[in-house]
Design a protein around this ligand. Sequence first.
Ligand code: ADP
Ligand code: MG
Length: 356
Amino acid sequence: MADVVLHQLVKEYPGGVRAVDELDLAIADGEFFALLGPSGCGKTTLLRSIAGLETVTSGRIELGGRDVTRLAPGERDIAMVFQDYALFPHMSVRDNIAYPLRIRKMARGERHRRAEETARGLSLGGLLDRRPGQLSGGQQQRAALARAVACHPRLFLFDEPLSNLDARLRLEARTFLKRLQRDLGVTTVFVTHDQAEALALSDRMAVMDAGRIRQIGTPTEVFQRPASTFVAGFIGSTPMNLLDAVVDRDTLRIADAVLPVPDTARPHLRHGEKVVYAARPEYLTLTAEPPPGALGGVVAIVENLGVGALVTLEVGEVTVQATVPEGQEPPVGACRWVVADPARVLVYRAADGELV
Ligand code: ADP
Ligand code: MG
């Protein structure tokens, strides 16, 4: 196994696109690390650079303490699984799984034995003679995983490996992948644009934007304290409420409402400063009686979440969302007031979007 260190990594494509921009990152040996970010932020380029499929413009890549920046892909001991699985359509599952072993010049008998053993571990034992076109999406995904696992790499790179699966298979595959990584203990970098996947799978995660890392931490750290409005808008199964507010001495004004400032933010705010008041829908409660100064509005939409509901409240020009427990869904058109737990509220500076 191996740790991964990226030092001031830059990848510029012809034409001047800086897909990876002076990126520093250290991933521990055996860690499951998720890389999350919007489409086009440089996730695939970063993975391909680590794998050696892209020549980096500058910077250094170390794997297990060894500088691999200029090594060919085959010399890095890395296995990558792509979004589209990239299985060879004309080869059987057995030959697909054994292919990287053939490239590594393993003897035929041994590589078939290894392919069969890996396939059994991934419940593909009965499918070894089939072609990829004769497999379901989930089976293809497992065949691609088997091909990666069979060469016993020091590092797994996954580029959105679950995004072509339907919702149910995707959840199953997620649990399966987590177990596989735990059993094998191989350092893993998992790229996704799905925040739920990053939170569920990783020991630590990074949120990327425009070729740079915007925040790095455990899923809990990133979820509880997003470092900027960019990250805050990205993490959470329902989008965080991000409301424009103005500091008014010891309070925050949003429309006509006057709300308390969280203790942690109070010493750092100036009277009259523009800020963003941030709270997750899950941390807001709705009441039918108005507490003093509270934000109140009209229920516009109620979305059933299966367990409970997501309520959209219109407060003049402002929209606020809150989740309510099962059985407490308000009727559309009713008036409700928003109560926030101050310990759960975050304040960002409007000027740069950074956490106060
Ligand atoms: P992501 O995987 O996060 O969606 P990519 O790494 O694919 O992002 O792309 C990052 C940026 O680099 C984008 O602006 C994309 O258009 C650009 N890019 C990706 N591949 C190439 C390429 N082969 N040539 C030129 N630009 C590219
Ligand atoms: Mg990509």
